[in-house]
Design a protein around this ligand. Structure first.
Ligand SMILES: C[S@@+](CC[C@H](N)C(=O)[O-])C[C@H]1O[C@@H](n2cnc3c(N)ncnc32)[C@H](O)[C@@H]1O
Length: 207
């Protein structure tokens, strides 16, 4: 058993390294994040799977500067973590991060009392990982607006869709409330926080 994950400490100065800036971010992902954040522009925004901080994270840093941001990722090496810190330097005063698998960092984050208004799910793409992340969010952050990558017909997209199918079959969310724009998915019934349906309130109560 490893240690309980804790928040990353930001240094006083950026690291003296050339940060990796490889980006696999698509404008369709940005559209969904923006749409979710417009409904809760002050956040907090929680991101599962931040990579080097040059994709999804930048939408919120640049366009929703009032929103606190919490980033979860494996940050598998010191250099990757340092690269993320350098790439997100501009948003550092409003950011926190935790390194590790989401099955460990999500419970650790929840234990701090943190409650996100918006969650972007883009960490592990294996079916069990997506299932674990999304069901954790449904159970522990029932008020959050939720979306994620990758609703495609590609290798990872098929696994993401299989996880969602399981969640639907288990009755945790109704099929008609799972929308997508060809790349990213989102739960349509959470887009307007003032018009929550009875079904969702039922989930919160059931768990
Ligand atoms: C597709 S990338 C994220 C891309 C990023 N959102 C962007 O817009 O650039 C997936 C990220 O999830 C992280 N990841 C994979 N499995 C994970 C897990 N079980 N827990 C936390 N992070 C994970 C990887 O380290 C990788 O950085």
């Amino acid at each position: 058993m490893g240690d309980t994950p804790s928040f990353v400490e930001w240094p006083d100065e950026p690291f003296p390294i050339e940060a990796e800036t490889r980006d696999c971010f698509s404008p369709l992902q940005g559209d969904v994040i923006r749409n979710m954040m417009r409904r809760a522009p002050n956040g907090p925004y929680l991101e599962l799977g931040t990579m080097n901080g040059t994709g999804s994270t930048q939408v919120v840093i640049k366009e929703f500067p009032e929103s606190p941001i919490v980033c979860l990722d494996l940050f598998q090496s010191e250099v990757k973590l340092q690269g993320f810190i350098n790439n997100t330097w501009e948003g550092r005063h409003n950011m926190r991060a935790m390194a590790g698998k989401t099955c460990d960092t999500l419970p650790a984050l929840q234990a701090t009392g943190f409650k996100p208004a918006v969650v972007w799910v883009d960490a592990g793409h294996e079916e069990d990982e997506v299932y674990g992340d999304v069901t954790f969010i449904l159970k522990h952050f029932p008020e959050a607006i939720v979306g994620g990558d990758d609703w495609s017909t590609g290798h990872w997209g098929v696994k993401v869709q299989a996880a969602m199918q399981r969640i639907i079959e288990e009755g945790l969310i109704a099929r008609r409330y799972v929308g997508n724009n060809g790349r990213a998915w989102f739960f349509t019934n959470r887009l307007d926080p003032d018009k929550r349906c009875r079904f969702l309130n039922g989930i919160a109560a059931k768990n």
